[in-house]
Design a protein around this ligand. Structure first.
Ligand code: SAM
Length: 234
């Protein structure tokens, strides 16, 4: 699977792939990463990529021309490319999107900067538009990386142990139970005593109870989903 980052600041993105799981996935050729700078497509004699907003308003907006040319080229090179724009006003990115998008062959992320991208670019080229949350970042690079990371770990072979995917939070309405590592007691704090007794059915029930209380505390709306799901199963 290929990821292309369309960004004015590829330096901000590159470092993320230089270590850990995604670095290994690239080395194993399970995925690849490429960068395209819209500035390289600017026909402005100073390679400008932004201008003041038509109709007034504070700040600069990214011009259509460099992005039109850059995205035309990308589509010409690979007609399968799935183009995602990042914007705070779009639908929020979710785990289901990560799983669905992991089946694509090529995703391009288009990052806005300044006050954002001329809307005509989004209308013409977006296959999908995502927000990563209700707050404003300075640019789309972090948002692209968040989505790329979440999608990548669903690509077969990226995670060493694919079992870990199925037990994670958001795979079911219940959040994952709290995790503990060794030692069993640290700084006078013990892991739950039931975990130490080796009775797997009791450990499973305890984990379920802890999942439920964690969900009730952090995401009560998820519990409602769980109840609705169960009532349909009856
Ligand atoms: N003027 C825009 C608004 O109020 O909706 C905000 C522009 S923001 C400063 C610049 C760029 O950062 C956006 O074009 C987008 O690519 C990215 N961005 C900012 N917050 C984001 C979020 N929550 N999710 C996804 N992208 C975001």
């Amino acid at each position: 699977m290929k990821f292309t980052f369309v960004t004015l600041f590829s330096n901000l993105v590159e470092g993320y792939f230089q270590d850990s799981i995604l670095k290994r996935a690239i080395e194993k050729e399970i995925m690849s990463v490429d960068y395209v700078n819209p500035r390289d497509y600017s026909k402005n004699k100073h390679s400008k990529v932004d201008d003041t907003a038509v109709g007034g308003g504070a700040g600069m907006v990214m011009n259509p021309q460099p992005l039109f040319d850059c995205l035309d080229e990308l589509k010409k090179e690979d007609e399968e490319v799935h183009i995602i724009f990042l914007t705070p006003v779009a639908k929020p990115f979710k785990q289901n999107d990560a799983k669905r998008l992991s089946k694509k062959s090529h995703i391009a992320f288009v990052s806005g900067r300044y006050e954002g991208i001329d809307e005509r670019v989004v209308e013409k080229y977006a296959d999908e538009v995502f927000s990563i949350g209700d707050y404003i970042l300075t640019g789309g690079e972090l948002a692209s990386l968040v989505i790329c990371d979440a999608v990548s770990r669903n690509i077969e072979g990226v995670l060493g142990n694919s079992d870990s995917l199925s037990i994670e939070s958001f795979e079911t309405p219940l959040l994952e139970a709290p995790s503990f590592s060794k030692p069993k007691v640290y700084d006078e704090l013990s892991v739950p005593s039931e975990y130490l007794k080796g009775n797997h059915s009791k450990i499973r029930s305890l984990k379920l109870a802890m999942s439920e209380s964690k969900t009730k505390f952090f995401r009560p709306e998820q519990l409602l989903k769980q109840r609705i799901r169960k009532s349909y199963e009856k």
